[in-house]
Ligand binder design. Structure first.
Ligand SMILES: CCCCCCCCCCCCCC(=O)CSCCNC(=O)CCNC(=O)[C@H](O)C(C)(C)COP(=O)(O)OP(=O)(O)OC[C@H]1O[C@@H](n2cnc3c(N)ncnc32)[C@H](O)[C@@H]1OP(=O)(O)O
Ligand SMILES: CN(C)Cc1n[nH]c2ccc(-c3ccc(F)cc3OCCn3ccnc3)cc12
Length: 392
């Protein structure tokens, strides 16, 4: 990536590879805000066959158009065997957090057919970088239809979402990607814990280990039917204040982390069927909430398999351990995920996740997830364990 030209990204206020050695550059915003009167008032020009559209996900039809575009054209693994299949309910959850802007849900249509062929989104979030809380846009769901790739549409979409974010007087952003761009704040490894090893092997997600039989493999990943931690239960609305306190105190230790308040916790962490699951440990003795774990539901379409069409995957979200050991807490998370018929439980090596990954029989994934900040310099590339942020 050092040799590669980034004709678009070299024009953007992001850390540039050439600056990596330069420790003299100050941490913080790379460019000052532009006076709102000087922000471009009209949308960027698209190539003539296309037009901008704002996607209202509360509209069943529009939400369905976005769902279909992503289902057929969004992120695939490196071997093109799986493609993320975010559900409509999940998209509404991910894109309607407190304070969201509909204008940041941007689509591109073909003028004649009105077909939706591209998409990019932002949602506002308060992110702390070291000791500074910054209102940022979390950018996600950048997608160009497979038939319109390599036409430099992505830079135009990125500039347009940047312009609309600027109009709301927000000047920073956070995003993650499986590709290397100028310049990662951190690079994380993802890990997978088999819950249904037979299906994972049948679809080619996993391979039978050397000198392993299928029955030996099934036994290796077997989990108890019941969770073992006393006081382990689903999170409920009445728990929002205590979970907010627990999570805010836990996230303080990371260099980059969300600055969640009770409204944010209510939206992002209250259980929502087939979207997000969250559990906590309420001490039977003291009634205090001492631990928390959560995971979100993100299936992947299985491309080209006769017997299965969908891989049901759970992704580790935010977890806190203050009394229950990490291994025990996360093993209970695996137990409830298995009981809910997830095939695999995925986790990044962020926060304290590396303390349980190996012991709970996670295997390393085949790629990396890079974290980025836009118009904000963090001087040293962060270790994954310094990151307290999970983007969907
Ligand atoms: C203050 C507010 C600021 C807000 C904005 C902040 C920044 C937000 C940034 C967005 C964050 C999104 C986060 C997110 O959604 C999570 S990462 C998932 C991105 N989506 C996918 O992978 C879906 C499948 N792929 C596609 O749809 C296309 O391949 C896409 C659309 C990815 C690129 O379409 P294409 O037809 O393949 O390519 P061209 O149009 O010809 O353009 C090529 C240029 O695009 C650069 N590129 C490629 N992939 C990128 C990626 N994932 N991020 C950023 N840039 C990416 C590439 O380096 C090159 O620039 P360079 O020449 O300089 O190298
Ligand atoms: C984060 N969010 C922005 C979506 C996103 N974009 N790009 C990505 C690249 C990797 C991961 C990822 C993150 C955690 C994980 F355990 C497995 C992952 O990908 C496996 C490979 N894969 C891709 C599609 N189906 C399977 C997510 C993403």
């Amino acid at each position: 990536s050092l040799a590669k030209r980034h004709k678009f990204w070299e024009t953007q206020p992001v850390g540039q590879f050439k600056d990596l050695g330069d420790a003299s550059l100050p941490e913080g915003p790379i460019e000052p805000p532009t006076p709102l009167s000087e922000v471009k008032q009209e949308p960027y020009n698209l190539p003539s066959p296309y037009e901008w559209t704002t996607c209202d996900l509360d509209s069943e039809d529009m939400c369905n158009e976005v769902y279909v575009l992503l289902t057929n054209n969004y992120v695939e693994d490196d071997e093109n065997m799986f493609r993320f299949n975010y559900s409509k309910e999940f998209l509404r959850w991910a894109l309607h957090p407190p304070g969201y802007y509909k204008s940041w849900h941007i689509g591109v249509r073909v003028k004649t057919s009105k077909k939706l062929v591209a998409f990019i989104t932002g949602v506002p979030a308060r992110i702390r970088a070291r000791d500074t809380v910054v209102v940022m846009a979390e950018i996600n769901f950048l997608c160009v239809h497979k038939k319109l790739r390599s036409k430099r549409l992505a830079p135009v979409m990125i500039k347009e979402v940047t312009r609309r974010v600027h109009l709301e007087n927000i000047w920073q952003a956070a995003y993650t990607a499986g590709v290397v761009l100028p310049t990662p704040v951190s690079t994380c490894q993802y890990w997978h814990r088999s819950l249904n090893p037979k299906k994972l092997i049948d679809v080619g997600f996993s391979r039978l280990g050397a000198r392993m039989t299928m029955s030996r493999t099934i036994k290796l990943y077997k989990l108890p039917d019941q969770t073992i931690t006393p006081g382990f239960r689903k999170m409920e609305p009445r728990d929002v204040p205590a979970v907010t306190r627990l999570l805010r105190n836990y996230l303080k230790q990371f260099v980059v982390a969300p600055d969640f308040d009770e409204n944010d916790v209510e939206h992002w962490l209250l259980p929502k069927e087939d979207v997000v699951d969250s559990y906590l440990v309420e001490s039977p003795e003291t009634r205090e909430i001492t631990d928390f774990c959560s995971f979100y539901t993100l299936p992947s379409s299985i491309l080209g398999n006769q017997n299965y069409s969908t891989l049901k995957a759970a992704y580790s979200y935010y977890n806190v351990s203050t009394k229950t050991p990490w291994i025990q807490l996360m093993n209970d998370a695996l137990i409830v995920a298995k009981r809910k018929d997830f095939n695999v439980f995925n986790a990044l090596d962020v926060m304290h996740n590396e303390t349980f990954l190996k012991e709970l029989k996670f295997g390393p994934g085949d790629g990396k997830l890079h974290y980025y900040l836009y118009n904000y310099r963090i001087n040293h590339v962060l270790r994954p364990s310094e990151l307290g942020l999970v983007l969907l």
